[in-house]
Design a protein around this ligand. Structure first.
Ligand code: ZN
Ligand code: ZN
Length: 211
């Protein structure tokens, strides 16, 4: 039985189903859905509704050019997909982003490490490795931040997040996630804008690490 208590907001599942999420967020939603039977059902419902709207719409006289463009779009490569068989802590969408190789960890100091998975104008996604009892530097957000726990757990002012839990943080949340005792906490974190660190040193390091 799933012990996940923090789920993907419905609006994000709907946006994912319609292919309207930035790549970094789609990666997180695909990974959460891989781990979460509840959101898998919710996503299937969104996908079914999308299909119904397509099927129910009255036939329109499409010009040949438009028809072929629409068909080409249907065949276009899709974003990250959920997977349901796992041989490691990383769901398939993350394994694909890692190209099947182990993460290349870079130190952020204090034992915290990150491995950048993707970064472009629409945002970035990274794996974070946080030793037990250690914290990600206190920060707030310029946009939206999604954090999915893959191993261990962390806590911040909003609660405790275990494997499969998804934290959604926005401009209003200023938080310092701390890894709980036990196994090191490994998360997938995605943002659509740079974080705002509250201490000087991380601010100084930020451009170096692309966070
Ligand atoms: Zn869920
Ligand atoms: Zn954050």
């Amino acid at each position: 039985m799933s012990t996940i208590t923090h789920h993907a907001p419905d609006a994000l599942l709907a946006a994912y189903a319609s292919g309207n999420l930035p790549h970094s967020f789609a990666l997180v939603i695909a990974a959460h859905v891989s781990l979460c039977p509840e959101c898998r059902v919710a996503l299937a419902a969104h996908q079914a509704v999308g299909g119904t709207v397509l099927n129910a719409s009255a036939p329109v006289d499409l010009s040949e050019g438009l028809k072929s463009r629409v068909l080409a779009q249907l065949d276009a490569p899709q974003g990250p997909e959920p997977t349901y068989q796992r041989s490691s802590i990383f769901p398939g969408s993350i394994m694909a982003a890692l190209k099947g190789k182990p993460p290349r960890w870079k130190s952020l100091g204090m034992g915290v490490r990150q491995s950048l998975l993707s970064a472009d104008k629409s945002g970035s996604a990274r794996l974070l490795y946080i030793p037990p009892g250690r914290a990600v530097p206190d920060h707030s957000h310029n946009g939206l931040e999604l954090t999915l726990v893959l191993q261990g757990s962390f806590s911040d002012a909003t609660g405790t997040f275990g494997v499969g839990d998804l934290e959604v943080a926005d401009e209003d949340l200023d938080h310092q996630p701390i890894a709980d005792p036990g196994r090191p906490c490994i998360c997938l974190a995605a943002t659509d804008a740079p974080l705002r660190f509250n201490a000087f040193l991380p601010r100084l390091l930020q451009p170096l690490f692309g966070i």
